[in-house]
Design a protein around this ligand. Sequence first.
Ligand SMILES: CC(C)(COP(=O)(O)OP(=O)(O)OC[C@H]1O[C@@H](n2cnc3c(N)ncnc32)[C@H](O)[C@@H]1OP(=O)(O)O)[C@@H](O)C(=O)NCCC(=O)NCCS
Length: 435
Amino acid sequence: MIDPAAFVRWFRGALPYIHAHRGRTFVIHFGGEAVADEPRFASLVHDIALLHGLGIRLVLVPGIRPQIEARLQQRGIACRYHRGQRITDAAALECVKEAAGQVRVEIEARLSLGVADSPMAGMRLPVVSGNFITAKPLGVIDGIDFQYTGEVRRVDAPGIQALLAQERLVLIPPLGYSPTGEVFNLRAEAVATAVATALRADKFLILMEQPCRLDDEPVAQLTSSEARTHLHRKRFPAPVASHVEAAVTAVEGGVERAHLLDRHLDGALLLELFTRDGAGTLISRQPFESLRPARLDDIPGILELIAPLEREGVLVKRSREKLETDLADYCVIERDGLVIGCAALHAFPEVKMGELACLALHPDYRGENRGQRLLEHIEDRARRQGLERLFVLTTRTLHWFRERGFQPATFADLPVQRQRCYNAQRNSKVLIKCL
Ligand SMILES: CC(C)(COP(=O)(O)OP(=O)(O)OC[C@H]1O[C@@H](n2cnc3c(N)ncnc32)[C@H](O)[C@@H]1OP(=O)(O)O)[C@@H](O)C(=O)NCCC(=O)NCCS
């Protein structure tokens, strides 16, 4: 029995994430083990369908290793590896092609499921595969000819993007084609990394066979340079290390964020993408959270953040137009793509004063010094602009400012220009701090 209050709370909490992810491009990679694992795979496809339904552009890159292995075994062909990479001769290539076909068909069938009593009733996702990957042979290494084992030479990013723009879900098996008309067996993770990089994807999600652990401890977030250092020191278990390597390569290649998830956790994708704490390990180039000047695409996030405070009368109402005009005055704290804090500095250079305005933190992130950091940032900005005093008008946050060096002042202390648009009804207190 679902708890209605918890459901409503959760759904409302997911809204900023839904908003932030819409229209973004995510590349999802999972191994052939995931495809073979029913009924878990049905749940994963269900979650993928949900993401598609929320307007996220999706590219799926499945692995096919167990499916290849099963075929080789059936035919009594020995698996040959060198340096962890399969040597694909003509007979093995047949198995690779069959395995790729099987996995593709299975995923397409799952995504087509739309009968009334299934969780995907009425969904029927349009899915497209194609020759998006140009490959070249890996060649001869240590005297060993890898034959039909190849590596990615080029990704047809415009072709993929055109399909994503038509709301198609793109499925890319780990095969590549050469201009000479040959087919090559590629490492699925390398294909996924190349695709995520070529598309400059917003997220690269890797569903792994185990959770990401660092020295046997779960780890929620790393910058790509921290992850590199840990890789050098061999602090990830072997199977995880190659996934971390792929994630770091993608992030260094321009992908916004890579997420490593344990696919055995039911709903791992949803937990990672729609909850505050996520469920896996995030790897990003920039630290997970940053304080920076506001950009145009932050405006929806800022409006969402301040709307409840405007309703409560804590902040004055600002229109989107006003925000756009004054955007250069604003800074934000961004955390994993969400605006969780903001503040503005409106300068009155003729009297060397500045107004600290629109200081707000998302309720989930208060009490951890972020308000203080925003204040210090605005103070620095003001000093750099040659301002000598900072004022603030507040109705409910008097003491917060008093405790941070602001002194009570009067209406007459405000710049004349500001006095003209003072809203007497709000009866805000005036506070001033000398910088
Ligand atoms: C005011 C605000 C920006 C502070 O952000 P924050 O990240 O929580 O701030 P910090 O972590 O730096 O400081 C937290 C401290 O401030 C205190 N504090 C929070 N709001 C306060 C208020 N309205 N009055 C007095 N103290 C307050 C907290 O109790 C805490 O102190 P404690 O640790 O001694 O209990 C945040 O609470 C907020 O967004 N409030 C709603 C919007 C608002 O009032 N903006 C100012 C408009 S002029």
